[in-house]
Design a protein around this ligand. Structure first.
Ligand SMILES: *Cc1c(COP(=O)(O)O)cnc(C)c1O
Length: 434
């Protein structure tokens, strides 16, 4: 499969190059040159296929012969080696729990697939690669775990000191081995700025092969389709009509993967982009004008994005036809007050604990279903509530139990290198290390 650069169609690359480079010229995103269709017998009879078979079939066309079938089957099986259950919250709303992976967030799926592909592509190159990423919390953990102990790959994660939750911090800092956490005295924007400077620095790039692992990489974006299929497999067991699918959205990679699966034949009645107060896309869907705004800090902080980078992929998928897009996707914006009220209400009424991101989705879907009472749907549960204890405990007045899957993580030692937000410090660290 070839991928073209959305900023310059003449730039076409294979899957390997798209995975290693992450993005094309002028920071353009890569997009598949064809949208491969699912076979009808497959998509209508998902229950007859194992999850591993579904995951492999979902990805095979996008990788082509660049990874041998047996290797790709192993990679896709490992990508979904944790439970992804669809649970009913009430009669009309279910939740797809995507947070049973190593870092308790849906990003484990994309990061796990991407890291395995990258390791495969680099194994014969005899080069050492440094994956450099800034995180506001969830991305860093998923990337660190995805690359943990991967041969030939070093990971350096920058995170803002005192601004990630306790669980998130441990996930970044307690691994050791090939993972280094840089604790930056600054904000997430400072971290991101430092990373950008490093990618642009000639001296660093002369000495070190740097790769980014951010969410616009096609190898992180595409495998997210897999769990939409796994959700549908479970949905079909009790429901006849296609679901309304509601996705808590920040950079819009997750919902864009669901829409891609829909274009390939995945049945869905409607999609909802659930946003917090960062409402650029919900506003666009109403007014057809894209009004990029500075980011507002909210309780669902993984969705605090003012300029969603994957939205260009959605426009491309819809061939820039606004009306078709509007008829397929609705946008909602939910404020922090409603987020907390929703967490409290759903816990009291149904005994189900939502994290703030899933709460934004729940409130959005509930609002949509008030207008369409004959429909049913599911939300994507993108993070475990334990990652956002402050908001969840405030809303429910209940202390959240740390899940067994975290093992002894919380008692392990935190190891970081502290730097300030001056680029010279990062540069010295990277050059000394290699
Ligand atoms: C990253 C993240 C999101 C947003 O996903 P996008 O693909 O960027 O839209 C939503 N919820 C959680 C918990 C996240 O970590």
């Amino acid at each position: 499969m070839n991928y073209y650069n959305l900023k310059d169609r003449h730039e076409q690359v294979d899957f390997k190059t798209a995975t290693i480079k992450g993005q094309g010229k002028e920071k353009g995103l890569f997009f598949p040159e064809v949208i491969p269709q699912f076979e009808k017998e497959f998509i209508n009879n998902l229950s007859q296929f194992s999850n591993e078979e579904i995951a492999w079939r979902c990805m095979a066309d996008f990788v082509g012969n660049e990874i041998p079938v047996e290797v790709l089957k192993k990679i896709t099986a490992e990508t979904i080696q944790f439970d992804i259950p669809l649970k009913k919250i009430n009669d009309s709303i279910s939740v797809l729990e995507l947070f049973h992976g190593p870092t308790l967030a849906f990003k484990d799926v994309g990061a796990g697939f991407m890291s395995r592909c990258l390791s495969y592509f680099l194994q014969d190159e005899n080069k050492k690669v440094t994956v450099l990423a800034a995180t506001s919390g969830d991305t860093g953990g998923a990337v660190a775990h995805g690359f943990y102990k991967a041969p030939g790959i070093d990971v350096v994660i920058l995170y803002p000191k005192n601004r990630v939750s306790k669980v998130q911090e441990k996930q970044l800092t307690a691994l050791g081995e090939n993972i280094t956490a840089l604790e930056v005295d600054g904000s997430f924007d400072d971290c991101q700025h430092l990373v950008k400077q490093a990618f642009a620095d000639e001296e660093i790039n002369h000495h070190i092969l740097l790769t980014s692992a951010n969410s616009i990489n096609a190898a992180r974006w595409l495998p997210q389709q897999i769990y939409y299929l796994l959700a549908l497999k479970q949905w079909q067991q009790s429901e006849k009509e296609a679901p309304v699918i509601c996705v808590p959205s920040g950079n819009f990679g997750n919902i864009c993967a669901g829409l891609l699966a829909h274009f390939r034949g995945l049945p869905a009645d409607h999609f909802i982009a659930a946003c917090n107060e960062n409402d650029v896309i919900p506003q666009y869907l109403k007014t057809q004008t894209l009004n990029i705004k500075p980011t507002v800090a909210t309780l669902s902080n993984a969705m605090d994005v003012g300029n969603p980078s994957n939205f260009v992929r959605i426009l491309e998928l819809f061939d820039h036809q606004f009306n078709t897009l509007k008829n397929t996707v609705s946008g909602y914006s939910i404020d922090d007050k409603t987020t907390l009220e929703t967490i409290a209400k759903v816990y009291t009424e149904y005994g189900y604990m939502l994290d703030p991101h899933a709460a934004v989705a729940y409130a959005s879907l509930e609002e949509y279903l008030t207008l369409h009472p004959d429909k049913k749907g599911f939300i994507l549960g993108t993070a475990h509530p334990v990652k956002f204890p402050d908001a969840v405990e405030k809303a429910t007045k209940v202390e959240i139990k740390i899940p067994d899957s975290l093992g002894d993580l919380m008692s392990r030692e935190k190891k970081t290198v502290e730097i300030n937000s001056d680029f010279k410090e990062l540069k010295r660290f990277l050059l000394d290390k290699n």
